[in-house]
Design a protein around this ligand. Structure first.
Ligand code: ADP
Ligand code: MG
Length: 554
């Protein structure tokens, strides 16, 4: 049985029982004057009907049917009561209103009007039957049997009927209004919850960092992406002032607040000292407002630009190298031809017998220097116009060992130098041009030794990680300044006594063309670690060659 139908039964039983008790008490303690047998009758009928309602409720689950049958039963009982207490003169006709209001509240307008109509029919029929004396006036009636005039009958009926319908309409109107308000409230509450969830979702899933600041500039919120970018726990950020977080200096912040108040949007970049390394953070600050437009703080939206900056620098370098290469290849070529003519002519002149020893010596210098110039140009042309690559499967660990053996036996190495090898695995197959890769190893290892003119240890180690073969050249030589690092891969930049400044440029190019990369970490006076990373043939052994010539695994 629906809960309100059950409730109605309970209320009715309580009311009727209370009435019954009160009557009993009055009858047996105060007076026996009152003729109240009709009250007992009403109570008995009501209890009997209650059993009917309960049985009906077990059989029929419909709420509407349950409520209607109870209201109908009530109307019947009320009619009975009104009859026993004098019909038109009964003081109990107001009870109809109780049923009508109950029906209007629980079943709204239709139920209310139905109950009102039921009351009209029952009350009208009763009044008519009594007026025409078809039903006799009960003996225990409360009222004196004053005969009714027809006008009193009609007036009484008219006012009662109007009252019934008015009660039905008014109550159901208010009840429906209330119901609608509840429903709207529910929908609003649900919308609000959804909106909040969406909001939370958006804030949680945007890849940008988001910090909100109070009007004073202290952080009041940070999203997960923000924590990840700054590599900090929320508690390390929340409550801190924006100047403590490193976004601004104190004066800077004051200027920013003035500019923001004037409607500007602040964009800037900072270097944030994150846990692993300094990160480049790009950020924008905007004012935050409440719904009614009052300033309530600021938002800082930020991104990690570190990787982007690195790529950008790489691209810029590539670009510059391409430009330098094009231009100087032309010039180099133009030098080479006359140089060959000069060297050839001097060679011929040197053969003539009439030369003094001094002249012989000078001509040897010319020959030696033109030879050196030619070698530099040849190396340079090799850099700008790399030879064709012959990718084959080769043992990269063996190539590395060869390059290092070569260096060990060269005059570059003194007894002060040591080379430590930590090469694992001892043999590893890779696709690429073995000669060119060996050239890279030679360049890097030789640089490391040259960076340690007073001796030191070069450690060469390898490992495979994530389908990439890494080779590390680590020296404890003189290291490089930031400015040196910036120019490391540019051709013709050299700090070594007999250098050409082409080794790194060539190595860079070769590694690029093999789809790999070179990373450099260096501290002036302490040493340098250069890491070459090359993609590995996939374990399935499938290798795809990209049009650019770089290798990628498939
Ligand atoms: P080169 O060896 O002919 O000078 P490179 O291109 O091989 O040309 O190197 C360019 C410059 O980079 C070097 O002159 C040196 O200043 C710097 N450099 C390269 N490797 C190292 C290293 N391991 N330690 C310190 N400086 C280095
Ligand atoms: Mg070099």
């Amino acid at each position: 049985m629906p809960s309100d139908a059950r409730m109605l039964i309970a209320v009715r039983v309580v009311v009727v029982t209370t009435l019954l008790m009160a009557s009993l008490i009055i009858q047996y303690t105060v007076t026996e004057l009152l003729p109240i047998n009709y009250i007992y009758l009403t109570a008995v009928v009501t209890y009997a009907l209650t059993l009917v309602y309960i049985a009906f409720g077990q059989l029929v689950p419909s709420r509407r049917a349950n409520l209607l049958i109870q209201v109908g039963g009530d109307l019947l009982v009320e009619t009975l009561l009104v009859y026993f207490t004098g019909g038109l003169d009964s003081p109990f006709s107001f009870l109809y209103l109780v049923s009508i209001i109950t029906a209007s509240m629980l079943l709204y307008r239709r139920g209310g009007l139905l109950a009102a109509s039921g009351a009209v029919i029952l009350y009208g029929a009763l009044a008519d039957l009594m007026y025409y004396e078809i039903l006799p006036l009960p003996e225990q009636s409360l009222v004196s049997a004053v005969p009714w005039t027809s006008s009193r009958l009609y007036f009484n009926m008219a006012t009662n009927f109007a009252g019934f319908y008015a009660a039905a309409l008014l109550t159901s109107y208010i009840s429906e209004k209330l119901q609608k308000t509840f429903e709207e409230l529910d929908v609003n509450r649900q919308n609000l919850a959804e909106l909040r969830a969406i909001n939370q979702n958006v804030v949680d899933s945007i890849p940008s960092g988001l910090i909100t600041l109070s009007s004073y500039g202290t952080a009041s919120f940070i999203n997960p992406a923000g924590c990840a970018i700054l590599q900090s726990a929320p508690l390390a950020i929340l409550g801190k002032h924006v100047t403590e977080l490193g976004f601004f200096t104190l004066e800077g912040w004051n200027d920013v607040r003035v500019s923001l108040a004037a409607g500007a949007i602040i964009r800037d970049e900072i270097e944030f000292p994150a846990r692993d390394a300094t990160r480049n953070i790009g950020f924008a600050v905007t004012p935050l407002q409440t719904l009614d437009g009052n300033p309530s703080g600021y938002t800082v939206i930020f991104q990690d630009l570190t990787e982007m900056k690195r790529l950008e620098a790489q691209l810029r370098l590539k670009d510059r190298m391409a430009a330098v290469g094009e231009l100087s290849a032309g010039i180099a070529h133009e030098i080479r031809n006359p140089l060959a003519a000069i060297a050839g002519s001097v060679q011929v002149l040197k053969g003539s017998a009439s030369l003094t020893q001094q002249e012989q010596r000078l001509m040897s210098i010319v020959l030696k220097e033109s030879e050196r110039l030619n070698k530099t140009i040849a190396e340079f042309l090799r850099f700008v116009r790399p030879q064709e690559r012959h990718p084959v499967e080769f043992d990269i660990a063996a190539s590395l060992a060869e390059a290092l053996d070569l260096l060990m036996n060269s005059s570059e190495l003194s007894t002060e130098h040591a080379i430590r090898r930590e090469i694992y695995p001892v043999s590893f197959q890779l696709m690429g041009d073995a000669d060119q890769i060996r050239q890279v190893f030679w360049n890097l290892a030789r640089n490391a030794v040259q960076a340690m003119p007073h001796g030191g240890t070069l450690t060469v180690s390898t490992h495979v990680h994530d389908d990439t073969y890494h080779i590390l050249f680590s020296d404890n030589g003189r290291g490089m300044s930031d400015a040196d690092l910036q120019r490391l891969f540019q051709p013709f930049r050299t700090n070594f006594p007999s250098g050409t400044g082409l080794g790194m440029a060539i190595s860079y190019r070769i590694v690029q063309e093999h789809g790999g990369r070179i990373e450099v970490v260096s501290r002036p006076g302490q040493g340098t670690t250069i890491t070459v990373s090359l993609p590995v043939v996939s374990h399935a052994g499938v290798m795809v060659r990209r049009p650019s010539g770089a290798f990628i695994t498939a």
